[in-house]
Ligand binder design. Structure first.
Ligand SMILES: [Cu+2]
Length: 118
């Protein structure tokens, strides 16, 4: 399980992207609950490479809601002040990225590295 915290200054978990750093370790075939917390004053669409996920919960102002239906996605908008919980599974080992899907934010460093271990 990982909590990914999107913050002002275009950081994730307090850091800008460093291709030499592994931010999250996953294991192939394992279903993980990822919690994406947006503490910033604007929306950030979260995108992860190499797999798809299902959003299972939104939380905003202490109010938890479930999506109307489950769907496979590779991007989910995380509104300002919102937490989104999603289930994902990576089936192929390797290093890949997750990032904000607004190009300018991504270029400012709003990206991290997940290493999927066999
Ligand atoms: Cu963003």
């Amino acid at each position: 399980m990982s909590a990914t915290d999107m913050q002002m200054g275009f950081l994730i978990n307090g850091a800008a992207i460093d291709m030499g750093r592994i931010d999250v370790v996953s294991k192939t075939g394992q279903v993980e609950l990822w919690e994406i917390v947006n503490n910033a004053d604007m929306d950030h669409p979260f995108h992860v490479h190499g797999t798809q996920f299902q959003v299972v919960e939104h939380e905003r102002g202490g109010q938890v809601s479930k999506p109307a239906y489950l769907a496979w996605k590779d991007t989910v908008n995380v509104a300002r002040g919102e937490t989104v919980r999603l289930l994902l599974r990576q089936d192929r080992p390797g290093r890949r990225m997750y990032h904000c899907h607004i190009l300018e934010h991504e270029q400012l460093g709003m990206m991290g590295v997940v290493e999927v271990q066999a």
